[in-house]
Design a binder for this molecule. Structure first.
Ligand code: ACM
Length: 697
C-alpha cells in the first residue's frame, strides 16, 4: 500500500485504500490455516489450493533409490487413508501432481548432521519437492501429508513455498524396553510416529535390572536367564533397524553399565561386584548390583559383547548408560576397596571414571563413539564421548564447555506426567546453555524425550508418548522463536488424530481400558466413568511410588484408572482456561459462564451413577472418592457462579467453607489428581473478592 502514489483526489485515494484493505482482509480470512508440526523453518503462503483427488500422481526425478520408492509408496497409502480416495501407484509420466527431485544418495548409515533439508512448492497446478538427498525428501513428504486437508471444494493442499531444515541434528525418543518389554509392533508404530514429526533418533534402552532384551549368541545366558523369555532376536533387531532407516531414523542402542545391570548377573554373576546369586529385579528403583570395574575379565567380557553388538547396530553411537551407580556393592567388596587404594581412586566417582576410561577405548576400537548419561562426564575422559543430560541442564553446559558433545533430556522425561506446554517450554539453549559461545553451542546436538517404562506396557505406552512428544519434536526442529503454546496445542490435536491413521494407539487404547474397569456396565455407567476419567491425571514426578498402597513391582497389572487416563487431561485444561477467560472478563462473559455451568452441573450429578459401578467393579471402587470429590467441587463451582450472577456479597464464612471442599479435592487420591480443581478455586476466590469478581484474584 505504501507504494501506491496517490495522484487522485484525496477522497478517491482514501476510497482506494479502504477497498484495498478490505480485499486484503477478505483474502486473509480465507487463507487456509496450516496445521504443520513441527513448524518449518520458513513458509510463504498463498491463497489458492492444489486439489487432491483420484487423479493424484507422483513422479521421481534425479537420484532415486529403493528406500525413497518405498517412502513414496507409504506416502500414497497414507494419502489414501487420509482422504478415503484410492490413489494410483507412482507414475513417472510427465505432468504428475507431485514431482520429487533429489540429487544424490544419503549416507549408507545415517549420520548426525547429515543434510535433512528440503524445499516444497505447492501451487494450484502441482507440487514440487526438491531435496539434496532422499532423507530431506522423506521429511518433505510428511509435510505434504500434513498440508492435505478437507476443504469446501474437496481435499486440497494450500499453496505454499517451504524452505525447511532442522534446528538441531539430534532429535530423538528413548523407549525403555528393559522394565516392561515392548513388543516389536510397539517399536515400529512409534517409529511411524517419529517419522511423522521428523524425529530422527530412536534410542533403544535394551538392558535394565528388570530385563536384558537382546539375543546374544556369544553370551546366551544374558537373554536366556535375564529376560523371562522376553527379548528381541537378532533378526528382529535387524528388521527394526531397516524399518527405522526407511523412515530416516537412526537406532542408538543402550546397554546400561556398570549399574542398572542386575539382569546381566543372573547368567553371569562373575561380572558383578557382589557375591550373588542374582535374580531378575521385580521392583522399581535404584539397586546395589554393579559390574566389578577392577577385574580384567569384566573388560574382556565387554569387549567381546560390544564386538558382537556392533555387528548388529550400525549407528556411529553406542550408549553405555552409566547412570545411578549407588556404589554399595563397591563399598562392600574388600578387593575393590584395595584396588581403589592401590590405584589412588579416592571415591566411587573416581572408580566409575576409571571404568569409563577402560570402556571408551573398547567402544572406540569397535568403531563406535561412546555416549552416556551425565554421570559419565569427567574432564579426564577423551573428548569423543557424548553426554546425555538428564539430572539438570547444567551438565549439558558443562559438557559443552569442556569440549564434549551433548544432548538434552532433562525436562523431556515423558513419564513425569508433565503437560505438553511444560515440555514445550524447555530448550537445549535454555537458561544454562544460553550463555555458551557459538563454538560451545555447536556441541549441543539436540535432545531426546525419554519414555521410562515402570508404569507403561504395550497397551498404554503410546498414550504416554503421544501427542506430547510432537511438542518436543517441534522444539528440536523448528526455529527457536516458535513458542506460542495455545497455537501448539491447536496443532497437537490435529497431529494426534493423524497419528491414529498411522496405527498409533494413543487414542484407541482408552475405550477398552475403561470398558475393562466398568465390566458389563450400561452405556450410562460407562459415560459416568468417562466423565470422571476425562478430568483426572496420574500424580506427577515419581510420586506414584510414594503414594502406592503396596510396593509396586513389574508383576503388578497396569489396569487401574491411573494407568488408563492420559497424562494430560485436555478437558481439565480447557475448563481451567475457560475459567481464566471468564474471570479476566470481570465475570461478565455470559457465554463462558454458560459453558462453565454445564461442565459443573455434569460433574455435580455424575457421582450418583458412578457409585452404582463401584458395587460391581473393584477397579471403579478404588476411585470412588475421586468421583465424590468431583461432585463436591461441581457444587462449589455452581455456588460460586450463582453468587457471581447475583452480584451479591457472599455470606461470612462462605469462602472458607468452599475452600475446605476444594482443598480436600486438591489432594492426590488413588494416585489421581482432579484437574479442574484449580479453576474452581479461582471461581470461589473471584466470588468472594471485594468487588464481586476480581480478575487479579
Ligand atoms: C536415568 O533416568 N537414570 C537416566
Amino acid at each position: 500500500m505504501a507504494m501506491v502514489r496517490c495522484r487522485m483526489a484525496i477522497a478517491l485515494c482514501l476510497l482506494f485504500i479502504v477497498v484495498a484493505l478490505f480485499t486484503n482482509y477478505a483474502g486473509a480470512a480465507q487463507m487456509p490455516i496450516l496445521n504443520l508440526i513441527p513448524v518449518p523453518a520458513s513458509v510463504q503462503q498463498g491463497l489458492e489450493r492444489l486439489r487432491i483427488d483420484a487423479g493424484f500422481s507422483v513422479a521421481l526425478k534425479g537420484y532415486a533409490e529403493p528406500r525413497l520408492e518405498r517412502a513414496v509408496e507409504r506416502f500414497r497409502e497414507q494419502l489414501s487413508r487420509q482422504t478415503g480416495i484410492p490413489m494410483a501407484a507412482v507414475s513417472s509420466a510427465p505432468g504428475a501432481t507431485l514431482v520429487i527431485e533429489t540429487d544424490h544418495a544419503s549416507k549408507p548409515v545415517q549420520e548426525v548432521g547429515e543434510d535433512e533439508s528440503y524445499v516444497l512448492e505447492v501451487t494450484p497446478a502441482g507440487a514440487k519437492l526438491t531435496a539434496p538427498t532422499p532423507l530431506g525428501a522423506m521429511h518433505g513428504l510428511q509435510t505434504v501429508l500434513q498440508l492435505v486437508s478437507v476443504s469446501p471444494e474437496g481435499f486440497a493442499a494450500p499453496a505454499v513455498t517451504i524452505h525447511d531444515s532442522p534446528r538441531f541434528p539430534w532429535r530423538g525418543l528413548m523407549i525403555d524396553s528393559g522394565r516392561h518389554f515392548m513388543p516389536i509392533a510397539v517399536i515400529k508404530r512409534n517409529m511411524d510416529g517419529l517419522e511423522a514429526v521428523k524425529m530422527n533418533v530412536f534410542h533403544w534402552h535394551l538392558s535394565e535390572n528388570q530385563g536384558f532384551r537382546v539375543e546374544s549368541e556369544k553370551f546366551p545366558k544374558l537373554h536366556e536367564m535375564g529376560s523371562d523369555g522376553l527379548f528381541y532376536t537378532q533378526q528382529e533387531v535387524r528388521d527394526v533397524i531397516a524399518y527405522a532407516r526407511d523412515r530416516g531414523i537412526r537406532v542408538v542402542p543402550e546397554f546400561d553399565i556398570p549399574g542398572h545391570s542386575t539382569a546381566w548377573f543372573v547368567g553371569y554373576p562373575e561380572l558383578a561386584s557382589g557375591v550373588g546369586p542374582y535374580q531378575i529385579e521385580r521392583r522399581w528403583g535404584v539397586f546395589d548390583p554393579a559390574m566389578d570395574p577392577t577385574r580384567e575379565s569384566t573388560y574382556k567380557f565387554l569387549d567381546e559383547f560390544i564386538g558382537e553388538m556392533v555387528q548388529l547396530f550400525p549407528d556411529q553411537f553406542f550408549h553405555v548408560g552409566g547412570d545411578e551407580v549407588n556404589g554399595k556393592e563397591w563399598n562392600a567388596n574388600p578387593k575393590i576397596q584395595d584396588f581403589m587404594r592401590s590405584h589412588g581412586l579416592k571415591d566411587n566417582q573416581a572408580l566409575q571414571a576409571y571404568f569409563n576410561k577402560r570402556l571408551q577405548p573398547i567402544v572406540s576400537k569397535h568403531g563406535k563413539s561412546m555416549i552416556g548419561w551425565d554421570e559419565v562426564l569427567d574432564p579426564t575422559l577423551p573428548k569423543d564421548i557424548t553426554i546425555q543430560s538428564w539430572r539438570g541442564a547444567d551438565s549439558l553446559a558443562d559438557a559443552a564447555k569442556l569440549g564434549y558433545r551433548g544432548i538434552l533430556s532433562n525436562g523431556w522425561y515423558l513419564d513425569l506426567g508433565w503437560s505438553a506446554a511444560r515440555h514445550y517450554a524447555i530448550d537445549p539453549f535454555g537458561e544454562n546453555t544460553a550463555a555458551l559461545s557459538a563454538e560451545e553451542k555447536a556441541r549441543v546436538l539436540g535432545g531426546e524425550s525419554c519414555m521410562w517404562a515402570e508404569y507403561v506396557d504395550e497397551e498404554n505406552v503410546d498414550s504416554r508418548i503421544w501427542p506430547r512428544n510432537a511438542a518436543i519434536a517441534e522444539r528440536l526442529w523448528s526455529p527457536a522463536e516458535t513458542r506460542d503454546t495455545s497455537e501448539m496445542y491447536r496443532r497437537l490435536d490435529v497431529i494426534s488424530n493423524r497419528l491414529g491413521w498411522l496405527g498409533l494407539t494413543h487414542k484407541t487404547y482408552f475405550g477398552p481400558m475403561l470398558q475393562r474397569i466398568a465390566g458389563p456396565a450400561t452405556p450410562e455407567q460407562i459415560t459416568a466413568l468417562r466423565t470422571l476419567a476425562d478430568v483426572v491425571e496420574p500424580v506427577k514426578n515419581y510420586t506414584r511410588e510414594e503414594t502406592a498402597d503396596a510396593e509396586p513391582t513389574s508383576a503388578a497389572p497396569l489396569n487401574r484408572l491411573v494407568d488408563a487416563v492420559p497424562l494430560e487431561s485436555d478437558e481439565g485444561r480447557r475448563f481451567n482456561e475457560l475459567v481464566d477467560r471468564y474471570v479476566k472478563s470481570s465475570c461478565r462473559d455470559s457465554g463462558s459462564a454458560t459453558k462453565l455451568r454445564s461442565h459443573l452441573a455434569l460433574w455435580q450429578s455424575n457421582d450418583a451413577l458412578f457409585q452404582t459401578l463401584t458395587q460391581t467393579s473393584f477397579l471403579a471402587k478404588q476411585v470412588a472418592t475421586r468421583s465424590q470429590d468431583l461432585s463436591a467441587v461441581g457444587s462449589v463451582g455452581l455456588a460460586a457462579l450463582d453468587s457471581l450472577a447475583k452480584g451479591q456479597r457472599v455470606a461470612d464464612g462462605w469462602k472458607a467453607q468452599q475452600l475446605a471442599v476444594v482443598a480436600e479435592a486438591e489432594k492426590p487420591k488413588t494416585q489421581l489428581l482432579l484437574i479442574p480443581v484449580s479453576g474452581i478455586r479461582r471461581l470461589v476466590e473471584a466470588a468472594a473478592s471485594e468487588n464481586g469478581c476480581s480478575p487479579g484474584s
